[in-house]
Design a protein around this ligand. Structure first.
Ligand code: HEM
Length: 472
């Protein structure tokens, strides 16, 4: 008993909860990360809470999150078996795995995406091409005002489709549009109170009807789409000329087919393809939708960006990543939009795969760990005015771009987003191209634009809105 009590004392402090539900009743259901941040004022930067029976340690503030994810990267690189993700991926694939499986899939995915041009010239050309299609689509659209969501997500998803499936889809493709609507619904569901409840009481909710049941059917639809694509690849694979991520995976699968311990099998292939397709679409396109919303809300910022772009690139040449250095204001606006949106406020849940000793505390094995990215992106100590959208956060007095280590929307360390360089390239190239060709405004004027998120939970999901697109 004494040992048990001593052990308990070494756990990080936190508010007292109730049997079975733990601290659930005390957590704001529309913004749990705000409650955690409030509690950290009383209990410090490492707090223990119970969501149902699950012990969760929340890491708050830049220093603490960095110390965990970067300085103690090895200890903190585990992923929690988040029930929704686990069921959707059947426990396979890069996103949900740990140990040797994760190491193998992560290394392979990063190398292969890089070989196909992620973060390089080849990818730049793809995105430039896709931007032209997007510009044409917006030009052809004759409605006075419209919701840009699926215009943007079709362009963004074509970039990940090129990398993973080796093809882009026509914007008229009805199947793709349906899949994108589904993906958008999934992020919204995960960010709703019922989505979060599913992750706390999955066994119970699996027996109950509700939105989660529809969502699982929809995930299966996307899964079937990925499986179909993989079958088509198997039938047409030419090992001398791999076309994309799937081809490379199939080649490795063939090489290792007699190796009993191989991680390169069909289950990991399907689920990792699903991970890339889901993680690579809605994240980037929601960020674009939100950045454009901010530009509509603050027309003087939009004008200043256009002027900088006109001066450096003009209105006809396609932007390149080289141009970013010469466009400090534009670069600062895009960074600030990501910071201010705070798309994934609690990161993706990490996990203690063994007891971890951290800042004098013990984080026991099987604890879910939430690095509160929100507390870093909006940390009072690292930003002059964390609650205001202000590109000056990324500019020095001479108007040069000024990086800030607390800018970690993609998290940090060994488990950080694998798509970071791709997403940043897309945001820059798509947004600059759009501003070269159009001015964006709202039918009801800038003051009517509501920049607060529609749902907050797992994600801060930006609202849908109508915009007017005026050719320049
Ligand atoms: C993981 C953010 C775009 C694929 C993550 C994580 C965050 C994140 C916060 C969790 C990291 C952690 O566990 O600590 C974002 C944001 C994006 C974006 C804000 C866009 C603005 C993308 C794209 C791809 C992608 C384009 C596809 C190539 C992934 C994958 C993981 C991940 C596969 C899991 C990595 C792992 O578990 O090892 N992302 N992401 N993301 N992201 Fe992204």
């Amino acid at each position: 008993l004494v040992l048990l009590l001593q052990e308990k004392c070494r756990q990080a402090p936190g508010p007292t909860g109730l049997p079975l539900i733990g601290n659930l009743h005390q957590v704001k259901k529309h913004a749990p990360f705000q409650t955690f941040r409030e509690w950290s004022k009383q209990y410090g930067p490492v707090i223990t809470v119970y969501l149902g029976l699950q012990r969760v340690v929340v890491l708050i503030g830049y220093e603490t999150v960095k110390e965990a994810l970067v300085d103690q990267a090895e200890d903190f690189s585990g992923r929690a078996p988040v029930p929704f993700l686990y069921k959707a991926t059947r426990g396979y694939g890069l996103l949900i795995s740990n140990g040797e499986r994760w190491h193998q899939l992560r290394r392979f995915t990063l190398t292969t995406l890089r070989d196909f041009g992620m973060g390089r010239k080849k990818m730049e050309i793809w995105i430039q091409e896709e931007s032209k299609y997007l510009v044409d689509l917006l030009r052809e659209n004759k409605s006075a005002s419209f919701d840009p969501s699926f215009f943007l997500s079709r362009a963004v998803s074509n970039v990940i489709c090129a990398l993973v499936f080796g093809q882009r889809f026509s914007y008229k493709d009805a199947q793709l549009l349906r899949l994108l609507q589904t993906i958008s619904g999934i992020l919204k569901f995960l960010s709703s109170p019922s989505g979060q409840l599913y992750n706390i009481f999955p066994r119970l909710m699996n027996y109950l009807p509700g939105r989660h049941q529809t969502i699982f059917r929809e995930v299966d639809e996307i899964r079937n789409f990925c499986t179909e694509k993989i079958t088509q690849h198997q039938e047409t694979l030419n090992p001398d000329d791999p076309r994309d991520y799937i081809d490379c995976f199939l080649m490795r699968l063939n090489e290792e087919k007699n190796l009993p311990s191989t991680e390169f099998h069909n289950d990991n292939l399907i689920s990792t393809v699903l991970n890339l397709f889901l993680a690579g679409t809605e994240t980037t396109s929601s960020t674009m939708r939100y950045t454009m919303m901010l530009l509509i809300k603050y027309p003087h910022i939009q004008e200043k960006m256009q002027k900088e772009i006109d001066d450096v690139i003009g209105q006809t040449r396609s932007p390149t990543m080289e141009d970013r250095k010469s466009l400090p204001f534009t670069n600062a606006v895009i960074h600030e939009a990501q910071r201010f949106l705070d798309l994934v406020p609690m990161g993706l849940p990490h996990y203690a795969t063994k007891d971890i000793s951290f800042k004098g505390f013990i984080i026991p094995k099987d604890t879910v760990i939430l690095p509160l990215l929100h507390s870093v992106l909006k940390g009072e100590d690292h930003w002059d005015n964390p609650w205001t959208f202000n590109p000056d956060h990324f500019l020095d007095n001479n108007g040069n771009f000024k990086p800030n280590p607390a800018f970690i929307p993609f998290a940090s360390g060994k488990r950080a987003c694998v798509g970071e360089s791709l997403a940043r390239m897309e945001l820059f190239l798509f947004l600059v191209t759009l501003l070269q060709h159009f001015t964006f405004s709202s039918p009801e004027g800038p003051d009517s634009v509501d920049i607060s998120p529609e749902n907050s939970g797992f994600g801060n999901v930006p609202r849908r809105y109508e915009m007017i697109v005026t050719p320049r």
